[in-house]
Ligand binder design. Structure first.
Ligand code: ADP
Ligand code: MN
Ligand code: MN
Ligand code: MN
Length: 337
């Protein structure tokens, strides 16, 4: 028995064009909540050297599945010492949208695709040349089809132990590429949990000498990119197919704006090939996996449910996506634009 626990503070840095995760450990007296803490923002692309103190404000706390016991994972947002949000903090604006549109009871289920790398090449790829072309890898089984399953299983167990609403995992179309899904959850919960699930993935893969990457197009050529399909519904959509179609149309009216905020290098992935629709034009359709937005066949059959936005890149910011979906769809439902 000890009278302290370890709190792993996790936050988002200011790296451009895509922010990444940082973390450090605080030893906290047992029986007390993880307090507000601080760090040196000049080492995370968030401050100049002469005035670099930034504040870590805990927003969600989870049991730490890796250290076990009473230890915790503490998801934080980055603030200035005066209490205002840092410009790289996209959560505070997501929070405003979540509050504004809370009566719509929006749910999000996000599919995070990612790729394992060992050294300069994807895990399990041959030293020279390429593996067999895509075709047998998606949801595959066997040592010739899947690479890294032990890491994926450890990550799944860790997410479940941490109380994260992970809803499934699968091997993807490109060998060494995988997916996990978080949700359905509300806008802030899904985004907080997505960041913590990402952190757990990197941390667990580290022990296997493997790096997980959210690169949207990790291998050029005839290999699938990595996306983050975002499944979305409001209370009204869960009762009406017409509302699902209205939502799909609203997204089409703001296509360029969404594309510009769905992750760096999105044009490399949304080519119109490899199960994507071109970023240049918007489309939606029932069961259509080459449309920008898909209405799943069960939704058409049941006459209610949700829509799947297939455009987001794997390197998306979940706080930005949930805010945009709320502003575009719920804003449209309310006649705001
Ligand atoms: P796909 O067939 O596109 O691979 P997945 O099974 O990977 O779909 O992911 C679907 C996600 O959608 C899951 O996370 C699931 O929890 C979520 N989901 C299911 N119903 C809803 C809903 N009504 N609103 C939002 N998300 C939902
Ligand atoms: Mn999926
Ligand atoms: Mn997928
Ligand atoms: Mn999907």
């Amino acid at each position: 028995m000890t009278n302290v626990y370890k709190a792993e503070y996790i936050w988002i840095d200011g790296k451009e064009p895509t922010h990444t995760l940082r973390s450090k450990t605080k030893v906290v007296p047992m029986g007390t909540e993880p307090p507000v803490w601080g760090y040196d923002g000049s080492s995370t692309y968030q401050a100049d050297g002469h005035d670099s103190d930034l504040v870590l404000e805990p927003v969600a706390v989870y049991p730490d599945p890796l250290r076990g016991g009473d230890n915790k994972l503490v998801m934080c947002q980055v603030m200035f010492p005066d209490g205002s949000p840092h410009p790289t903090n996209s959560r505070t604006t997501a929070c405003l949208a979540a509050e504004k549109y809370k009566d719509h009871d929006a749910w999000f289920g996000i599919e995070q695709e990612y790729t394992f790398f060992q050294g300069a090449k994807p895990l399990g790829w041959p030293e020279h040349g390429f593996p067999a072309p895509q075709g047998g890898y998606y949801c595959g089984v066997g040592a010739d089809e899947v690479f890294g399953r032990d890491i994926v299983e450890a990550h799944l167990d860790a997410c479940i132990s941490a109380g994260i609403a992970i809803s499934g995992i699968n091997a993807e179309v490109m060998p060494a590429q995988w997916e996990f899904q978080i949700g359905p959850l509300g806008p802030l919960e899904v985004a907080d949990q997505m960041w913590v699930a990402r952190w757990l993935l990197y941390r667990i893969a580290e022990d296997f000498d493997v790096a997980a990457t959210l690169d949207p197009k990790p291998v050029k050529g005839d290999w699938n990119g990595a996306g983050a399909h975002t499944n979305f519904s409001t209370k009204e959509m869960r009762d009406s197919l017409d509302k699902c179609i209205e939502a799909a149309k609203a997204l089409g009216e703001r296509h360029e704006y969404h594309i510009a905020n769905y992750g760096d290098r999105i044009a490399e992935r949304l080519t119109g090939r490899h199960e994507t629709a071109s970023y240049k034009e918007y489309s939606y359709g029932v069961s259509n996996r080459s449309a920008s937005v898909r209405i799943p066949w069960q939704v058409a059959r049941d006459g209610k449910g949700y829509i799947e936005d297939r455009r987001p890149n794997a390197n998306f910011d979940p706080y930005i996506i949930t805010r945009l979906m709320l502003e575009t769809v719920c804003g449209k439902f309310q006649g705001e634009w």
